[in-house]
Design a protein around this ligand. Structure first.
Ligand SMILES: [Zn+2]
Length: 408
């Protein structure tokens, strides 16, 4: 082990013997008492020295016997340490790909803040390269989202959509002005490739039986049609529910951006649950949806460019949290934001007893109160406990569903 105090955390002394790691409350924590010699010693924990060398340096600085090991152990327990040589074989392989790491270094640093074990951040980043994700819908939201996932290191991002690129589809980071008139799926795939010039080579072509959903870590439904965003058709997700494929809804309807729900089949509420709950609350809901669906397509659908981009970014972040093995707050909830005030708020999507998806709601129930937006998570230990609960839940859910794994 070559211990390194996580370089992503800024360090500051609150007083002579209390050091604070990190600035933002979500991941900051304080350590004390720390004497002056130990404080200076912290500078040596930069990943360039192994433990033997560190013990030697400690002796040279007159630190008591065993002090270095205790300090490293204490920092490790607090989740403050990374290992410059840590991680599994995939991490080691990625470490050799300097050009990839250079590009993804800010993402790696960010992952180091949401993981606790030394070497875990690089493991997660390396694991992304093995994942397959499908994005359905390549408009202002979907194409940007697909490019973001690719840029963030997801190994294979498959975009599905039909038709040709229209001028209104053009968005920075997504479909380019040059692609107007081209096949939409091809243009979006090019955006995906451009976002990650160093991506792993695409896996060998699959047999026809593999052409469906198996092997997909996540499907993201980023419909271009605003009715499909507002009232996602439940039937479209039937094969995903049947195969146990997690899927995330996102899009823009009128001047409202939507992220969620992230559906974990058998655990959290699906589009069918959402539809039934809405009908329970308002019996005219199905009548309205039928009219919206049969209505003539209007010449211009509203989709604010900045809102669409924000939605794509947030949906990609929710997707990455899930792909990295954690549960984002969109699991069992629908986040919405509307122009012009742009206040995000979430509405729960409870499992509905009449929905054939059979969601148990266990996860969603447990999540209640754990993911309220007000929660600052300012105490690192609490954050750690929350992480382990989430991971445990993810593992349990993966076992129950049997066919999907968030973190391969
Ligand atoms: Zn359902």
């Amino acid at each position: 082990m070559h211990p390194m105090v996580k370089p992503a955390l800024r360090r500051g002394w609150r007083d002579l013997n209390t050091v604070q790691f990190g600035m933002a409350p979500a991941h900051a924590l304080t350590l004390g008492p720390v004497d002056t010699a130990t404080g200076s010693f912290l500078d040596l924990l930069d990943g360039t020295r192994g433990l033997d060398l560190l013990r030697e340096e400690g002796r040279r600085m007159d630190l008591p016997d065993g002090h270095v090991d205790r300090l490293v152990e204490r920092l490790g327990r607090a989740g403050l340490l990374d290992d410059a040589r840590g991680g599994g074989p995939d991490a080691a392989a990625l470490r050799d790909r300097q050009e990839v790491l250079d590009r993804l270094r800010p993402d790696l640093a960010s992952l180091s803040l949401t993981t606790s074990a030394p070497g875990e951040a690089l493991d997660r980043l390396a694991a992304r390269r093995r994942l397959r994700v499908q994005v359905r819908g390549a408009g202002r939201v979907g194409a940007v989202l697909a490019a973001l996932l690719s840029g963030a290191g997801v190994g294979e991002v498959d975009v599905r959509d039909g038709g040709l690129v229209e001028p209104g589809d053009v968005a920075p980071g997504g479909l380019s002005a040059e692609s107007v008139g081209e096949r939409r799926d091809e243009a979006a795939r090019r955006a995906v490739r451009a976002a990650s010039p160093d991506r792993p080579s695409r896996r060998r072509s699959r047999s026809p039986s593999e052409a469906g959903t198996p092997g997909l870590a996540l499907v993201i439904i980023a419909a271009r049609d605003d009715v499909c965003v507002h009232a996602p058709p439940a039937s479209a997700a039937d094969p995903l529910l049947a195969s146990g494929t997690p899927h995330l809804y996102t899009g823009v309807v009128e001047a409202t951006g939507v992220v969620g729900p992230l559906v974990l089949p058998g655990e959290t509420g699906c589009a069918g649950c959402l539809q039934r709950a809405r009908t329970d609350r308002d019996e005219t809901w199905p009548r309205l949806v039928a009219q919206w669906q049969s209505g003539r397509r209007r010449p211009a659908q509203a989709c604010d460019l900045a809102l669409a981009t924000a939605v794509a970014g947030l949906a990609a972040a929710h997707a990455l949290t899930f792909l990295d093995g954690r549960l984002p707050s969109s699991a069992g909830a629908r986040w919405e934001v509307s122009l012009p005030t742009l206040q995000w708020h979430s509405r729960p999507v409870w499992p509905h007893s009449a929905c054939p998806c059979g969601a148990s709601g266990e996860g969603a129930e447990k999540r209640k109160g754990e993911h309220t937006p007000e929660e600052g998570g300012s105490h690192a230990t609490m954050a750690g406990q929350r992480q382990s609960r989430e991971l445990r839940r993810t593992t349990v859910a993966a076992r129950q569903a049997g066919t999907w794994r968030a973190h391969v």
